[in-house]
Design a protein around this ligand. Structure first.
Ligand code: FES
Length: 112
């Protein structure tokens, strides 16, 4: 298990908001968005799987994010593409809250 990247304090990411960890920091080929929804935190690759759009700028509600460009929706828990025009699932990453801080583990599968 890799060392996590500190993203923010829990109270720095409001419900229904997301912050972006850039690809260079994450060591991944895409930026990663860390979402706060329904009191939990989730991480997905930031770029929509349909075209070029930042999912962090989408509408976040009920454990889903809606792309701001063509309104595809993705499940924050497993990255599943829930409706057209997206047909490819979003990549997920593990997030953990430790002592009131949100940590991201790029490339690791989310905890159940
Ligand atoms: S870019 Fe996201 S649905 Fe088209």
């Amino acid at each position: 298990m890799s060392e996590g990247i500190r993203v923010a304090a829990v109270d720095e990411i409001d419900e229904g908001e997301a912050v972006v960890v850039d690809a260079e920091t994450a060591g991944t080929d895409d930026d990663i968005s860390v979402f706060h929804s329904e009191g939990r935190f989730y991480a997905l690759n930031d770029t929509c799987t349909h075209e070029e759009a930042s999912l962090a700028e989408g509408w976040i509600e009920d454990g889903e994010v809606e792309c701001p460009v063509h309104s595809a929706r993705f499940c924050l828990r497993d990255g599943k593409a829930l409706c057209l025009p997206a047909t490819v699932n979003a990549r997920t990453h593990r997030v953990a809250v430790v002592d009131g801080e949100v940590f991201l583990y790029p490339g690791e599968p989310p905890a159940e």
